[in-house]
Design a protein around this ligand. Structure first.
Ligand code: ADE
Length: 316
């Protein structure tokens, strides 16, 4: 016990892990800043009842060719303790800034920071969504839908590029196979696409990727809402739809259905944003991500290319 196999086939003695500080508490357990030998690592501790989420997350990290700068790096996993005291651990790289949500609460962004975060996040999502063919030495990477995309699940590295985390609800799509067993209504209510809130059940691969793109639109709006490039006030950070009293901090399914499905409402785009040409272009891109018509939404690759082009064109 204490020794697990990592993707590089080395053994790590996880008894040497020292938990330092609790950094985040999520639906599936808590995340600690920890030390392993001379390195800081993040340890996510799942309660035993969330075993499926721990297993799914490892399965996704261990897919062939799953290495990407904009996807959180997996280190190891372990079952700790025994009987009633079992804990499920998942070790990953640690990023001091924490999540994009944490960062936006405390910081305002410049135009170039907004572009850097937005582009790297879209690149990570495009990588996840893409199928990559097998090579001489590696198997193929299937398309993966995240299914809980939100600003708390995007981490910021020290250079302010993004990496995507939290694959406990992710689904992989092996060519020629259906997605494994799935129930439709998963994820975080606030970020659920209209078709998910409506209870549509029969989703194929592309439908799941489009559901991620709706959520990606909301996260891009969160970036816009904290950017100081346009002349005008930058308001305190709020989650998408937090300003609507019936939704606030604790969205119910009914309130989300009323606003997002029936009234087709989306977070507000401020008038003064439209006077900055770069911000204006991004506003249009965000609106194409959260379109009511899922088939009209942009792909992650297209969002990444567009943001790269805005960053070059409006280089300030
Ligand atoms: N919060 C959640 N995961 C984290 C990580 N890997 N590093 C820092 N903060 C986190």
């Amino acid at each position: 016990p204490g020794f697990v196999s990592t993707p590089s086939e080395t053994s790590l003695n996880l008894e040497k892990v020292e938990l330092i500080e609790l950094r985040a508490r999520g639906r599936f357990g808590s995340v600690w800043k920890a030390q392993l030998l001379n390195e800081l690592v993040a340890v996510k501790i799942f309660p035993l009842q969330d075993k499926q989420s721990w297993l799914t997350e490892q399965e996704i990290y261990n897919l062939p060719q799953m290495n990407h700068e904009n996807v959180l790096k997996f280190i190891a996993s372990e079952k700790r303790g025994e009987n009633l005291h079992i804990e499920l651990w998942l070790l990953t790289e640690f990023h001091e800034h924490g999540s994009l949500y944490d960062y936006l609460k405390g910081h305002v962004l410049t135009w170039s920071q907004l572009c850097k975060i937005g582009e790297s996040m879209a690149l990570g999502l495009a990588f996840l969504h893409d199928e990559i063919p097998a090579t001489a030495v590696h198997g193929s990477k299937p398309a993966v839908a995240h299914r809980d995309f939100k600003s708390k699940n995007v981490l910021l590295k020290s250079d302010l590029t993004a990496c995507i985390a939290d694959f406990g609800l992710a689904l992989k799509f092996e060519p020629g196979k259906g997605p494994g067993e799935t129930h439709g209504l998963v994820g975080t209510r606030r970020y659920m696409a209209p078709e998910v809130l409506e209870g549509a059940i029969c989703f194929n691969r592309d439908a799941f990727l489009r559901i991620d793109m709706y959520a990606c639109g909301l996260v891009l709006w969160e970036l816009l809402s904290r950017c100081n490039a346009a002349e005008g006030p930058v308001e305190e950070y709020q989650l998408p739809f937090e300003n609507i009293p019936e939704i606030g901090q604790h969205p119910t399914l009914e309130s989300m259905q009323e606003y997002v499905v029936s009234r087709k409402m989306r977070p507000p785009m401020h008038e003064h944003w439209k006077r900055h040409p770069g911000i204006m272009s991004l506003v249009c891109t965000v609106e194409e991500c959260w379109d009511q018509d899922a088939e009209a939404r942009l792909s992650a690759g297209c969002v990444q290319e567009r943001i790269a082009a805005f960053a070059r064109t409006f280089n300030m």
